[in-house]
Write a protein that binds this ligand. Structure first.
Ligand SMILES: NC(=O)c1ccc[n+]([C@@H]2O[C@H](COP(=O)([O-])OP(=O)(O)OC[C@H]3O[C@@H](n4cnc5c(N)ncnc54)[C@H](OP(=O)(O)O)[C@@H]3O)[C@@H](O)[C@H]2O)c1
Length: 271
């Protein structure tokens, strides 16, 4: 960050911060000194709990809701954000909100996708995944750019599934598309000192992965596939985001950092 940003409160917008990884990114960035915009889709109470916890720890935060697949909701979010910033810039945008499958439709829940692969994927599921995982961060970033400070940060949350040939096919495809943003935007925005990077978590213990606790042996199996021998925690991911948002990462841009504890580093050899 440039020196003049040290004099004012820096602001970070974290999408999908009502739960899981986004919630912990919000907590961590607030602990780092950012005023955090805790974005949510429908779980307003959960987002408000995050805000309350941040404030109780001495930080600054407020919640803003929007379904990021609805253009007018994105417009309303940025209208409110701009008014709240009151002429101050946004310093960090974390595009975290995402889904593995349409969780409102039990027929396409993540576990079925994992087992069945391409055969059960409907056009509706495919479109929903791309709407939230690709289209939303693209247009959120477009809307955020005029507000973003020179020297600011854009951090996109992808997934280690872009490297590992697990089923989750449309999900991995959507995250692959998201990963294309970093290097290209980094090149475009470098003249403004804005860095653009991607963090790719492995299996992280959040609501998105609640199935691992329901499927007997899944925690042990996934831990066994991981070099560091456990599931990831949201704070494993927020630590990397914190680094990328910090001045220490000023020379890192256009990069993909996988934070998976070494998931599937070696081929399975029955050892
Ligand atoms: N957990 C993992 O193992 C894992 C692994 C690799 C990558 N990731 C990625 O990490 C990110 C966070 O995952 P998570 O496990 O923390 O997920 P999560 O616990 O299911 O939380 C998802 C968040 O996204 C928001 N969201 C969902 N649909 C939205 C929409 N249409 N518009 C706006 N917000 C929406 C949700 O808001 P509401 O709750 O208010 O609806 C929630 O805050 C995702 O991009 C995911 O793909 C996760």
């Amino acid at each position: 960050m440039t020196d003049n940003t040290q004099q004012r409160c820096r602001t970070a917008l974290v999408t999908g911060a009502s739960a899981g990884i986004g919630k912990d990114i919000a907590r961590r960035l607030a602990a780092d000194g950012f005023r955090v915009v805790v974005h949510y889709r429908q779980r307003r109470d959960a987002a408000q709990e995050t805000v309350t916890a941040i404030k109780a720890a001495g930080g600054r935060a407020f919640a803003l809701g929007a379904d990021l697949t609805v253009d007018r909701a994105v417009d309303a979010l940025f209208t409110t954000l701009e008014a709240t910033l009151d002429g101050e810039p946004l310093d960090v945008l974390v595009n975290n909100a995402g889904i593995t499958a349409d969780r409102d439709d039990p027929a396409v829940a993540a576990r079925d996708d994992f087992v069945a692969g391409i055969s059960h994927v409907t056009p509706e599921t495919f479109d929903e995944l791309f709407a939230i995982n690709v289209r939303a961060p693209f247009f959120v970033t477009q809307r955020a750019l005029p507000l973003l400070a020179d020297g600011g940060r854009i951090i996109n949350i992808s997934s280690a599934t872009t490297r590992i040939a697990w089923p989750l096919l449309p999900y991995a495809m959507s995250k692959g598309a998201l990963e294309m943003m970093a290097a290209r935007l980094a090149q475009q925005l470098g003249a403004r000192g804005i860095t653009v990077n991607t963090v790719a978590p492995g299996v992280t213990d959040t609501e998105m992965n609640s199935w691992v606790h329901e499927m007997p042996g899944a925690v042990e199996a996934l831990s066994g596939m991981t070099a560091l021998r456990r599931l990831g925690r949201p704070d494993d991911i927020s630590a990397v985001v914190s680094y990328l948002a910090s001045d220490d990462a000023r020379w890192v841009t256009g990069q993909l950092i996988e934070a998976s504890g070494g998931l599937c580093l070696a081929p399975a050899m029955g050892m």
